[in-house]
Design a protein around this ligand. Sequence first.
Ligand SMILES: [Mg+2]
Length: 458
Amino acid sequence: MTARILVVDDIAANLRLLEAKLLGEFYEVGLAASGPEALTAVANWMPDIILLDVMMPGMDGYEVCRRLKLNPSTAHIPVVMVTALVDAAERVRGLEAGADDFLSKPVDDPTLFARLRALLRVKQVQDAWRLRAETARELGFETPILPTTSMRGSRCLVLSTDAEEVAAIQGILAADGVAVQGATVVEDAWMALSEGGFDMAILCLSPDGTDALRFASRLRAHAITRDIPVLLVAQPTQRSLVLRGFDLGANDHVLRPVDPNELRARARNQIRRKHYQEQLWADLDRSLELAVTDPLTSLRNRRYVMRHLEGVLRGGPAAVLLLDVDRFKLINDTHGHAAGDAALRVVAERLKANLRAADVVARFGGEEFMVVLAGAATDYALAVAERLRQTIHQDSISVGDVGLSISVSIGVVLAPQGSTGAQATAAADAALYRAKAAGRNLVMLAGDADLQGVTADC
Ligand SMILES: [Mg+2]
């Protein structure tokens, strides 16, 4: 797995040492010798991970980390603090500045590479989603996402054979409003997690430790549990198990005796990342929804219905109905645009109420609507069109205290398999034009000439 890694340290010898180690593992390496240099390098080079020295003159590592995490365009880049300071208070300070992990100098190679692999795995998933969300956002109106800060209401599962350890973790995380559910056997933990709704799993290694690791890899193997952050709790002597755990899908770890502040800070980072990912998904869904929906009527829009029609015609015939509200300009001019909008919404509702779920109805533009009936025969399509025409004309629409009588003209075409959406639309439009010319509030069927004429033109 190749990736760009930015190394930040004020001492040149430290930079060279880490650079050599990382190049040896075929990572791309960038170097920065101060906080400000690091911020510039991040903005220009967009690394995948940052290894950040804590003690630097001027702007120290904590400050660099805080700035990166406050900036929406860099907040998602994992930061690993590297320092000779090893006490718990310093670790917590780094984690609270938003660091994703902490390594002590001199850096131990297996630990470094296991952590890099684990962080990169998570980042690659997130990057794929970020890219899709950004593309979708270009079509929509969403704002960039910043990770949330509140943990309240989050749910965490703790698996430990030791009920006292479960209770202790429960007490620690309660301070951040995280609800903890305990499990002392693997099957109970699996039952709970596979039902969904958890923001994190804490797996406490037993003296043997392999159960927890097998469970971590089982979580990664199933779609419903794949994205739950996994944090391991282990003895200092279980270092090699923890490193294997990272490769099996664990995201972070704490060592016993558990320092409450460190556990809280690490849990916060993991849960925040999970929430960030969920926001990306929701953002993407919303953007895609916006891109294919007409805001006034909530019907599908022209872009969607044309794609749909093209798809249907590749596999078989379809009836296409093109509807146009009669004398719509007069409604707008006489009663105002609000009345015009209200009329369009009522037409949309009546169309939806009189079609099957599988039929697609869209606002085609202005006062025009399109209905696609996949595989429909002529008689059926004409019957549907006639029913829609009557339904829309039957009851007047009340706008404020005025009752408006409205009607639609409808052009219908039976488009054969293999014709294009543009051909079908042009033929339906020709029939619609004849319905208008013949007096409006009418249904007209396009003839072969309408379709063929278009074929010849194309
Ligand atoms: Mg330093």
